[in-house]
Unconditional design. Structure first.
Length: 272
């Protein structure tokens, strides 16, 4: 009989305790023993989003931020197709998609270099408003690139953007120091119409609450709304940086927020 996590291919892929309960902090055997990951020397250690996204370290004693991230793609979404389009032009200066590799042996997966959280990028690199403005410019440029290709991200938030600091850019040749990257396209959509012509759609579940309880939005306008919300949050981080407060203040605030969003899927899942 197959293990519980092997019944279907689409995520979530949960590890299980011997009694069958979900182990939210574990990695399923099918990933630990995946031949393509083994061939690359990637050993997954724990999930950053249980059942979907998993992390590794470069070596057993290597720095945390030099590792890799592996995402199991949901084929009921447009994420695979969107990544295929974006990665074909990842060298474009306006394309802020994180350089990744699609593994097609078995169920499709995405292998990405591990980034630093966006708040820590700002804290370490943005000692002035001009540095913060550069981060905002890159975010706007990345979203504009998506919209030019009729792609709406639909869930722009602190947990879905990141950046490359010196450890990552030194270890991963594909990353550029100080560059901001956009990822996580599982709720993203492609359209035949571009901005200004696309009609409203039903909003997916997102980490930003719609204004006034609205459930339908022009998807491109929704991205702009979420981007403004994101930039407003990052302004708080920039203010902390300029006030020279400790990085612990930033880390506690945003780690709590991002962890709650990512681990929400594991709440009350013993019977799932």
């Amino acid at each position: 009989m197959k293990d519980a996590e092997e019944v279907h291919d689409n995520p979530p892929w949960y590890a299980r305790y011997p009694n069958g309960d979900i182990n939210c902090g574990g990695v399923p055997d099918r990933l630990l023993n995946h031949p393509e990951l083994q061939r690359r020397g990637i050993v997954l250690r724990d999930p950053s989003k249980p059942g979907v996204v998993f992390r590794s370290f470069a070596t057993d004693d290597g720095p945390h931020n030099q590792g890799f991230v592996v995402k199991v793609l949901d084929l009921d979404t447009q994420e695979l197709e969107i990544y295929e389009r974006l990665l074909d032009h990842v060298s474009s200066p306006q394309n802020h998609t994180i350089p990744s590799e699609i593994v097609r042996s078995g169920h499709p997966m995405l292998i990405m270099p591990m980034l630093s959280r966006i708040d820590m990028v700002i804290y370490q690199q943005c000692s002035s408003l001009s540095g913060l403005a550069d981060v905002f410019y890159q975010l706007i440029e990345g979203v504009n690139y998506l919209h030019k290709h009729n792609i709406a991200h639909m869930d722009l938030c602190p947990g879905n953007v990141g950046g490359a600091l010196a450890p990552q850019s030194d270890y991963h040749a594909s990353l550029q120091l100080g560059r901001i990257y956009i990822y996580d396209f599982n709720t993203s959509r492609q359209f035949t119409r571009g901005p200004g012509y696309q009609h409203a759609i039903t909003l997916p579940e997102t980490q930003v609450s719609p204004p006034n309880g609205l459930t339908h939005f022009d998807p491109y306008s929704w991205d702009v709304y979420c981007l403004g919300h994101l930039m407003n949050e990052l302004m708080d981080v920039g203010a902390i940086r300029c006030d020279k407060r400790s990085s612990a203040d930033v880390s506690h605030r945003y780690t709590s927020k991002i962890t709650q969003a990512r681990l929400g899927s594991c709440v009350d899942m013993r019977d799932g």
